[in-house]
Design a protein around this ligand. Sequence first.
Ligand code: ADP
Length: 500
Amino acid sequence: MAEVKKRRYVVALDQGTTSSRCVIFDNNSNVVQVAQQEYKQIYPKPGWVEHDPMEIFGTQYAVLNEAIAQSGIRPYHIDAIGITNQRETTIIWDKKTGKPIYNAIVWQCRRTAPIIEQVIKDGLENYIRENTGLVPDAYFCASKIKWILDNVEGARERANDGELLFGTVDTWLIWKLTNGKVHATDYTNASRTMIYNNKNLCWDKKLCDYFDIPMCMLPEVKFSSDDYGYCEIFGEQIPICGVAGDQQSSLFGQACFNPGDVKNTYGTGCFLLMNVGKEFITSKNGLVTTIAATSDKSIQYALEGSVFIGGAVVQWLRDQMRFITEASDSEYFAQRAGDNDGVFFVPAFTGLGAPHWDMYARGTIFGLTRGTKRKHIVRAALEAICYQSLDLMEAMKKDSGIDVKELKVDGGASRNDFLMQFQSDMIEAKVKRSKIMETTALGAAYLAGLYKGTWKDIEEIKNTWQYDNEFNPLMDKESRNKLVHKWHKAVEMCKGWEKD
Ligand code: ADP
């Protein structure tokens, strides 16, 4: 007689930039309940972005309780809690009172750009690249921690005296959920702080000294599948044992466990991550190296690159140009166009990121003729999302020396079949779209459930991982190469536009 599998559950907390979500999965990886709350974005000055840490916790705790209550699941049927979070967002709080000493400085916040300019002037760029795998930037935590310690009265003194703690959002949630018992983070989140030595796997003394950050305020760094203490819910002690930053969590949720496995998330921007295995790689093509999530106490690295304007170009067509009424209309127009009629659209609205890196480039549409119609521009915009992802993937292949057989995809815009087919044609590889759109939450659930035995091992996960559709290259090589050639010509021509 076949063994009847008992139904077990794992809860994922997905703390994102605009909302806190809670997703409950059963042991067949099905979503059984979702709860979500948006929370306040605080913009004190142009370019500054903050969140209230108490609201981050409050909304996250509320959706956790709401999801469990609405699902009707008994808390003792929940094996574990996993946490995934917006990365780099920085919080400092008082160890005794539990009160933050300043708002969370959000990853998007540009206030510390002058600190980074100084870092570059001081000649630290290469050291940072070679030891943290990152490119010096105000996104990461280092300059944000320094800013809070420099600007909140008495903060550095209190930090030196061991009264203050630093954490990314995962650390803050763990600390709050365990009633201040656990001050820890995982490798994936630590790898985005720019004070963690991703190569040697320790907090980097030289960088902490440079940014004047007392090391006593830093959390313990653990594996993504590990013991992070207990959270009491409805009288039940539930272990927290999965933690990963959002992008690494989605890499794991996409079952990208082996070197060469790649995923791309098509949201407002696109996030492409490739598992590159056990060796730390310093990118020569403008990508960053982060630590990937693992469940077997091993270290694996990932190369990471992002497209600044992904689905956002579709929003622009809809809201600014009014070419379409719904984002999904873009698929209809692109299909109807048949081809781009020679139109190439480089959506460099905020400059170009990896691998081109030109902050002075601006959005440009090439190849307009009297025959150009709305549908061609819509098509060129969608094609641009794919060309940009192709450029990142080519950079990853060069850095890692690994060929790519297939790309796993998720995110809102991945629902667009034209986009996925064109992507497959451009990368000349299979594109597999995950059945579960909640891959970020799923990754955290897998990490937690693997620790507790909800799933036996990653083989079981690989076998149950489901895709809803796959796309294979159909375009002939010559046509494909012509398009890619023209795209690169367009990219070159829009560079430096803002520079006089
Ligand atoms: P985020 O998490 O960044 O908010 P989502 O994963 O929710 O993003 O995806 C939303 C983005 O995807 C928007 O920029 C939207 O314009 C785009 N998008 C959504 N559906 C489609 C579609 N069918 N075709 C093209 N773009 C789409």
